[in-house]
Design a protein around this ligand. Sequence first.
Ligand code: GDP
Length: 365
Amino acid sequence: MKLGIVGLPNVGKSTLFNSLTKAGAESANYPFCTIDPNVGVVPVPDERLDVLAKMHNSAKVVPAVIEFVDIAGLVKGASKGEGLGNQFLSNIREVDAIVHVVRCFEDTNIVHVDGNIDPLRDIETINLELLFSDLEILERRHAKLVKSVKGDKSLTKELDLVERLQKFLEDGSLAKNFEVVDEEEEKLLASFNLLTYKPTIYAANVSEDDLADDGASNEQVAKVREYAKKEGSEVFVICAQIEQEIAELDDEEKKMFLEDLGLKESGLEKLIRASYSLLGLISYLTSGEMETKAWTIEKGTKAPQAAGKIHSDFERGFIRAEVVSYEHLVEQGSMNAAKEKGLVRSEGKDYVVQDGDVVLFRFNV
Ligand code: GDP
């Protein structure tokens, strides 16, 4: 599961990416971090892990991780091949969700590619390139379908969908806002892997002064929020430059730094968590003396498959899961106390694991 960081040049993508990967390199030892300089493995901040680790005296804490890809170089005309455009667009096609960085900070020293600060124009510039690229894909699909449908009538439905989609996108609407008529269309639509179908978060990159009120007094941010709302996307306010500085600090210094800015946590942490949930991911937790660990599953995963994340034997020999919610466990202070109160449930193979479930699997070997 990967997120791609996109945006026009000079909006702060690399600065954001560097602070993300820096945070990753600092807090966990992931040897695969440096395989590709454009890919960063980033731990998902989860304060529940520290609480559980303390409760169980764990020797190690292992957070969930997600991958971010720095997709630089998207410019106006990319879909026509400008500036290696097509290569960047195909990089975006490989990610599961998008973090779209828009510049809302003023800085006369840093040139804006289109002359002045106008995040809505920037968003539309990028989205237009994504739309062009999607339309190209649909055109090719359409040509193929027109040929094959003659010998295979079952393709009529797909052809009809593609034609409606083409109209919709030509009007400037994004594929994620297209209303399908049934589940079959939903599946087909997902299978086209359109860029404008990918879930998106807008990261409004503001100056340091705008951090304290979360960008509320920055009218550019207000415009981005309004735009995103129509599209059904979330907006996060960050200051990439400050994040890069924060990423250099140790935990204690970081806390003080944030307090000075009037913040509880950095925008980066919020952004990472939102990215995780944008991917449809949640964490269940295991905790003992050896380690406290967050395990990543897709929302809706049942207990045996969740167990399979730990080891395939756990899935194959699954008997049941002993589950207590994180809140109940913390409320009671220990596993035994939670058990006495009847808060530790025994769940079978149809149980859908929830975010924050603290789980012990029983299985046959
Ligand atoms: P990219 O082209 O989108 O990857 O942009 P960069 O991350 O390389 O940033 C372009 C320039 O803007 C660099 O000089 C950064 O230091 C600067 N920059 C990035 N974020 C901020 C910010 O939040 N505030 C200010 N003032 N400058 C920033």
